[in-house]
Design a protein around this ligand. Sequence first.
Ligand code: G6P
Length: 613
Amino acid sequence: MCGIVAYLGRRQAWPILIKGLQRLEYRGYDSAGVALLENNFLKVYKKKGKVEELVQSASLSDREGTQGIGHTRWATHGAPDDNNAHPHISQDRRLALVHNGIIENYALLKKALEKEGHYFSGETDTEVLVHFIEEIQNRDDLSLEEAVRIALTRVTGAYAIVVMDRNEPGKLVAARKASPLVIGLGDGEYFLASDATPIIEYTNRVIYLNDEEIAVVTLADGPQVRTMNNEEQTPFIQVLDMEIEQLEKGGFDHFMLKEIYEQPGTIADCMRGRLNVEQGWVRLGGLDDYLNRVVQARRIIIAACGTSWHSALIGEYLIEDLARIPVEVEYASELRYRNPIISEEDVVIAISQSGETADTLAAIELAREKGALVYGIVNVVGSSIARLTHCGSYIHAGPEIGVASTKAFTGQVTLLALMALTLAHRRGTITESYFRRLVLELSEIPQKVAKVLESNAKIEYIAGEIKDRSNALYLGRGYNFPVALEGALKLKEISYIHAEGYPAAEMKHGPIALIDENMPVIVIATNKSAYDKIVSNIQEVKARKGMVVAVVVEGDEVISGMADYVIEIPNTEEPFTPLLSVIPLQLLSYHIALMRGCNVDQPRNLAKSVTVE
Ligand code: G6P
């Protein structure tokens, strides 16, 4: 995690860096800091807390300078205080450095440096790195880039860094390994950042630095890219298709609410050009060249984390139900450490909104080593996972800024539905008429999502009934079981109410002991199959005085007569129900969090992009 940003040009760096940090705050908000370089003089501003606190604390200081680096932190080594905040400075106060990642061998390096007389003011691995670069630079009187290169060949771990040297103004040195870094090319000015969101306002021409590359950016020559072995590279300049409006709240109070409301559009964008109702076809361009291999896969393994893991579970139901290929869903973090059986006959699907999650990246590397074909389902264009996989498809949800994932989830599920339909059609596992019905139904999902959003006021009212509870239980069956997990996760993440998702039938094996008048139970009861069983589950909750909020299909009179509160969603084919049933749960957690005074977009301790293991 952590977000880094840097500027080199002719404008004042401070406002550009601050705005950039605010755009990157989704990556961490434990502390923020900026270093500016002006007339061979380094000025450093650091503050515990959010970027706004840094702005307040520096409001009376001189913030002049046309070159600078900035950082917003998600603490790993060392408490989230002013001292451990980045940028970190070398002992001679010549170098300033910002870092996203973890230097694993920092303890050994620290000991060795202490013997050489280095003194450390904090506990971070990053402070060790900047002292280490300083030591190498001073010992042999090296240029900044050469010292950085040598230092990085001796550290283990993950990093994206930007460094500047008081004695070499007009130059920034950046490098990456397993943490992202983008360089924006302006007109005589350069922007560096963890992702393109701080850059896009100034230029859409960017270079994504590859793993183990170093970039030296100077005002005179622009970026020069080399490998760690000092081989010159010709960087690929990408032109991004991103609008600044996508990064702003557009009249909504929070990014999360905006993103929930964007879903009719983002689901349609995910399907655009990939499905044709009149002609009755579904096509995923990213799958074309590998379709035979996927169709013949012995099994499919889906690896992901967090919300993406929940969409993976729905992918399992979709692919097994429609295409009849065995699917296993793995937490990426478990897959990588448990010596799994993966062979060349397997296909691994990696799902990730950010495309940067460290555990998912490591799982992909493992799958590749074992010879599996790896397919990526990713939102962020040009991200590490998009580049590391053999093939894949973007979900085209646009930037997701709220830390709690919403539109990326429905984008992932839509993509998995398209994939299941493609595979099912090719394998002949469903009839042509059912296939056509599903294609038609999927195409109508965006309007139906818009319809669900019309229940917002009612959901807000129900939120008021739940907001003061300490626990909540979410129940669902079949396709709605992963939705129950996702609903519970949303509530936990942003309202800090303890919530659990369970398969409805499992309630009697444990959670039923928790049910009393204080326990709200949110039941997703839209399944046509096992409907009677869900009705029984609701009765079991009511018999123990639990409060039932049921998500039902429009016109359901049976459950409406039993539940305390009912939220209706339009009817759809069962495999696509999650795309509708998750929407009220997203809104419910949003309103509950808001009523509890929580920071909806930036919940405590969480970060959107988890680039540490
Ligand atoms: C973090 C985020 C979650 C996200 C998970 C996986 O925990 O807070 O919202 O689902 O990472 O992230 P990915 O980018 O790989 O989907």
